[in-house]
Design a binder for this molecule. Sequence first.
Ligand SMILES: NC(=O)c1ccc[n+]([C@@H]2O[C@H](COP(=O)([O-])OP(=O)(O)OC[C@H]3O[C@@H](n4cnc5c(N)ncnc54)[C@H](OP(=O)(O)O)[C@@H]3O)[C@@H](O)[C@H]2O)c1
Length: 291
Amino acid sequence: MKILITGKNGQLGKQLQKQVPAGVTLVAHGRDTVDVANKEQVFSVLGGAKPDVVINAAAYTAVDKAESDIEQAHAINARGSENLALACRELGARLIHVSTDFVFDGQQSHPYKPEDYRKPLGVYGESKARGEEAIEAILPEAIIVRTAWVYDREGGNFVTTMLRLMNERDQLGVVADQIGTPTWAGTLAQSIYALAENSEAKGIYHCTDAGAASWYDFAVAIFEEGKSAGLLPQDKQVKVGPIATADYPTPAARPAYSVLDKSRLVKEAGVELKHWRQVLRAALNTTELQK
Ligand SMILES: NC(=O)c1ccc[n+]([C@@H]2O[C@H](COP(=O)([O-])OP(=O)(O)OC[C@H]3O[C@@H](n4cnc5c(N)ncnc54)[C@H](OP(=O)(O)O)[C@@H]3O)[C@@H](O)[C@H]2O)c1
């Protein structure tokens, strides 16, 4: 199976390159060779490569910046997704697109199912929702994988930011009234490949690690697991305290609750999702991270 990925330098893009299954030939593109917002380039590169499957790991992910950069967010997340769907339809390739829990408003108090109504709160969520809708209209057999709170042991994300701040400071306030599920980028990559291998899979799937947490819970776990992994000095003390969203204003509103129901993914892709804390421990304990 020949798989082409976009967004190769992002968190997911890197894990997709690390976890290539046997029997897959991977062609990986970054923004320099496939700008998803550039329709001509998308058609020309995909047409030349003739992949069986295209995985779209490219996205405009700066949630707060998107509030004042509406055109770019839509060009990449909405029209970029549309360009890929049109090219895949012409080539007869399968498309696996990645989306977000931010398509929901967070007013629910039980896990969101793939078929629940989209009601984004901000520009980023709106642009991702428009991308989903474009793909569904152009290529109904495409796969859309919604995920949330993605991190890896490198790059800019909540885990690396917390570890840096915990090394620098003695005290941190972290939002405790937003509930979701941390997701290691590796879990997402493995789940996407499992869906690629199921020729019957189509439509929307939800993928995160298992369980639920507030950002505050996640930060406390990062402190404890970071210490055990030797990423923080053993004698380091940091007072991590819970704060309210209202006390940490951001340009973009975020869903208060965005736990996703993963039962369809588990059933149809046969993946086993482990509790987020167990996955965090494993991700932080790799020798690669400790270098
Ligand atoms: N991160 C999260 O917490 C989170 C949560 C829910 C859903 N998601 C979704 O998960 C997917 C993967 O996210 P991620 O965390 O891996 O994001 P990421 O680390 O920000 O990577 C996104 C990649 O897309 C590339 N890109 C941006 N604009 C592009 C364009 N016009 N054409 C081609 N490539 C472009 C970026 O390139 P540059 O490096 O050049 O900017 C970057 O390498 C995205 O669909 C995102 O919406 C992420």
